[in-house]
Write a protein that binds this ligand. Sequence first.
Ligand SMILES: [Zn+2]
Length: 147
Amino acid sequence: MPFGERLKQGLKKWLATAIIATITLTGLGLLQAWGDRVFDATVAALGKQRFLQLILVLLCILGYFAYHRVVQHRKKKLHRHREVYWGRKDSMPYCPFCYERDAKEIHLAGPTALHASKAERWDCKRCYHSYVAAKPGDRFLMRAGRP
Ligand SMILES: [Zn+2]
């Protein structure tokens, strides 16, 4: 991913976090200021049982979204093909070792030219594994060790 795009995504994430934090702090402030009155008025209007049901429903909705967010976050955009990982609209593969062991998305460097002209080789600059396919379209075989 180019630096500019990453920066843009980072800024978006930061902005979203800042907005959520501001809303949360404002909500907490309002709750402190009028919490008791709002609570008493709501309980009086709904009755204790309905009020508890409302809280339960809200907690369920919150839990659903939190779970969904965690699952979506875990479900990465990468898919495995030829024993390495690929992103959408991205011609550079990702290191399966780093991805599966450390959940890090590391682009492989390459392809490196080899003497056997049809072979395809990609290297990970983080874990120093290399991935070699005997010919284009073949599965990559992982090789350990520093170059
Ligand atoms: Zn790696």
